[in-house]
Design a protein around this ligand. Structure first.
Ligand code: HPA
Length: 250
């Protein structure tokens, strides 16, 4: 079955992967999906904000995207997020494997279980991210010339504004390590449809209040992004659907 890569800010194509564009319509709307060709025909790609970065975090049709992947046969997803770092353990320009999240989003379509005439579903979230793909990212980082740190907790804010320094201090006290605007509801929508989901965050700035003014990293970030993409494709090659434990519905 195909596996999917979801690209965040800065990831608008997959280097080395030829694709066909495909619009997939479902009851939630339209998803713009890219289907790999040739040796990559088992890869599905979605660039979350659009190739021209025109869709803001709160306007992304998360349900249409995740449903489209499910309907194309995807059983596991590897997703990337550009984030701000709240913690010295997750430096700018180095990768952070997500293991947990704090969800502060609101006003989004965040569940597939909202029809009163369908059965009630509660997805289990004690391990929100797939440990098999996560471990593989940690093992293969050096091969792809990127530093990969384990154990990050992602704070999902609604955006599109950035945070205030007091909010960042609060998120830090709550145990957050990186902050972004899109991991929720993506991670738990995928779980609701029974797909394994792993994620890697790339800090592109220190969060508000950690330096005088937010500055986005320049320099070698495009090289880091490209290494991150080759790492993700390798992880999908080295792991299988059956190894990845699907989420549990209670
Ligand atoms: N905050 C929220 N989202 C972000 C940030 C940030 O500092 N950097 C990149 N995405």
């Amino acid at each position: 079955m195909p596996a999917a890569v979801i690209g965040g800010t800065g990831i608008y194509s997959l280097e080395g992967v030829e694709v066909d564009a495909k619009q997939v319509e479902n009851q939630y709307g339209i998803a713009q999906i890219y289907v790999g060709k040739g040796e990559h025909e088992d890869i599905i790609f979605l660039t979350r904000h659009g190739t021209d970065h025109s869709t803001p975090p709160h306007k992304i049709n998360y349900r249409a995207n995740i449903r489209a992947m499910k309907d194309l046969g995807v059983q596991r997803i590897l997703s990337t997020y550009a984030v701000g770092s709240i913690s010295a353990d997750y430096p700018v320009s180095e990768l952070a494997v997500l293991r947990d999240f704090l969800d502060f989003t609101h006003g989004r379509n965040f569940t597939f279980f909202d029809q009163i005439d369908e059965s009630v579903g509660h997805v289990e979230m004690s391990q929100p991210f797939c440990s098999v793909m996560s471990e593989c990212m940690l093992q293969l980082g050096a091969k792809h010339d990127v530093k990969v740190h384990d154990g990050a907790t992602y704070v999902a804010t609604n955006g599109p504004r950035f945070e205030s320094p007091a909010e960042i201090r609060m998120y830090h006290q709550l145990g957050g390590h990186v902050v972004g605007m899109t991991c929720c509801p993506e991670v738990y929508l995928a779980a609701e449809l029974g797909m394994s989901f792993a994620a890697v965050a790339l800090p592109i700035n220190l969060a508000a209040g950690l330096e005088e003014k937010i500055t986005l990293v320049g320099g070698n970030i495009s090289q880091v992004r490209s290494n991150m993409v080759s790492l993700m494709l390798d992880v999908l090659r080295q792991t299988t659907d059956t190894q990845c434990v699907p989420p549990v519905l209670l």
